[in-house]
Design a protein around this ligand. Structure first.
Ligand SMILES: Cc1cc2nc3c(=O)[nH]c(=O)nc-3n(C[C@H](O)[C@H](O)[C@H](O)COP(=O)(O)OP(=O)(O)OC[C@H]3O[C@@H](n4cnc5c(N)ncnc54)[C@H](O)[C@@H]3O)c2cc1C
Length: 394
């Protein structure tokens, strides 16, 4: 290839999805130039609890290349779900279902993989403008802007994505929650996470994710516009948690919007939080974000090697999107209830055997997989109207 005629892929955002996408594109296409532009001056993880499904991690192409055991702080078998008026659902399986990982360590491992295959990572480079075939970049410490050319641009720039903003079609009323997370000591059931629903967390919930029997991440999310720190104070006042040595860990946004209509515009693709690849039920974005990075990388590879249409990206995302749409519908359905109605629903589901059902067939990433086994639980028939209402949600 004549120098200067190489294909250039620029990725905005050096979080896990941007670095992973960069790594895969370069690994599959060594002759393509891949550059990651990251506004932070070093690899520092975004706010996260690091709670991921074991299945989700194992199904990624990343699994054989990363020592997940080394990054695992804790293994979890299930969850306590507390309704607004105290109804408790308990889901617990014999086998471990999820991991609590060291997010910073995880991101660093992906960075290492990307660097090893020859990805160029430019820290301290903030994209401030997106044009047809170049991005405008502000370099930290400098007072001038530079232009960086691209043939393909990938927006992996998180919830407030500038690449998504450059798409002509905008989503109506995008939905985000603001979060506030502490790390604290206490007496925790090591292999169980907890979710607390109530008015303290308007539009979301509070969580406890243990890293050990004595240390946990305690967080809360609340509808954008509310103060998440105040929500946390309120939660701690009403909850029975006894915490000590609490210290503030981080605050951040989680996109919980309806899936976008489009993930690609011309030669620009969105991955991770930038494309709202987040489960609206739980705010978990790692698995679907990394999956979107894989799909973007394989779509681009098909473009480079087989001259396939890059617009296939939307088609290739179909399975992920239909699951994310279901998460969105479940979330909307739950929050359409008053606290009393929601608690009653939990009680009725409990009476119908939801705990046993989830112990056997629960799937925190792919809720559609729980539909066929419902036939073994005839008691759920009485919820058919509720299920129809849920499906009809737009
Ligand atoms: C409190 C909290 C807890 C969470 N807990 C979990 C959890 O337990 N499990 C889970 O699966 N998910 C969790 N999430 C979600 C998860 O953290 C995200 O889904 C994940 O970080 C998305 O990765 P990403 O690479 O797409 O985006 P990010 O991690 O947000 O990375 C985007 C990167 O882009 C950079 N950037 C942004 N704009 C620009 C620009 N203009 N130019 C250059 N660089 C730019 C940012 O600096 C950042 O490094 C949590 C989120 C929050 C807020």
């Amino acid at each position: 290839m004549i120098k200067g005629l190489e294909t250039k892929v620029v990725i905005v955002g050096g979080g896990p999805t941007g670095l992973y996408c960069a790594y895969l594109i370069k690994r599959f296409n060594p002759r393509v130039l891949v550059t990651v532009l990251e506004s932070k001056t070093e690899n520092q993880s975004s706010c996260c609890s690091g709670h991921v499904s074991i299945k989700g991690i194992n199904e990624l192409m990343l699994a054989p290349f990363i020592d997940i055991d080394k990054l695992t702080k804790n293994r979890v078998r299930g969850a306590y779900i507390f309704g607004p008026n105290g109804t408790l659902l308990q889901v617990r399986t014999k086998q471990f279902q999820t991991l609590v990982i060291d997010r910073q360590g995880f991101d660093k491992e992906i960075e290492k993989l990307a660097k090893n295959v020859g990805v160029e990572i430019l820290y301290g480079h903030s994209v401030v403008g997106v044009d047809e075939d170049y991005v405008i970049v502000s370099v930290s410490g400098g007072d001038r802007h530079i232009n960086i050319d691209y043939n393909y641009l990938i927006g992996a720039d998180g919830p407030n994505s500038i690449v998504r903003e450059s798409f002509p079609e905008k989503q109506d009323n995008p939905d985000f929650v603001s979060t506030y997370q502490l790390i604290a000591n206490g007496d925790f059931k090591k292999d169980m996470v907890s979710m607390y629903f109530g008015e303290f967390a308007n539009g979301f919930f509070a969580w406890v994710i243990p890293e050990s029997a004595t240390t946990a991440k305690v967080g809360i999310g609340t509808r954008l516009g509310n103060n998440p720190q105040k929500a946390m104070e309120l939660f701690l006042q009403v909850s029975e948690l006894k915490l000590s040595n609490t210290s503030f860990l981080c605050s951040g946004l989680i996109p919980i919007s309806k899936p976008l209509d489009s993930y690609i515009y011309k030669n620009r693709l969105l991955v991770g939080d930038a494309g709202y690849f987040v489960k609206a039920t739980s705010g978990g974005g790692l698995i679907f974000g990394l999956k979107s990075a894989e799909i973007a990388a394989t779509t681009l590879t098909d473009r480079f090697k087989k001259f396939k249409n890059i617009n296939n990206y939307s088609k290739n995302l179909k399975r992920s999107i239909s699951e994310l749409r279901l998460h969105y519908k479940i979330r909307k359905y739950i929050y359409s209830k008053t606290p009393y109605e929601f608690d009653e629903l939990l009680k009725n589901l409990k009476d119908a055997g939801i705990e046993d059902f989830l112990n056997n067939f629960g799937n925190m990433d792919y809720p559609s997989k729980m539909a066929p086994p419902l036939v073994f639980y005839p008691k759920f028939l009485k919820f058919y109207k509720e299920i129809l209402n849920l499906i009809k949600i737009d």
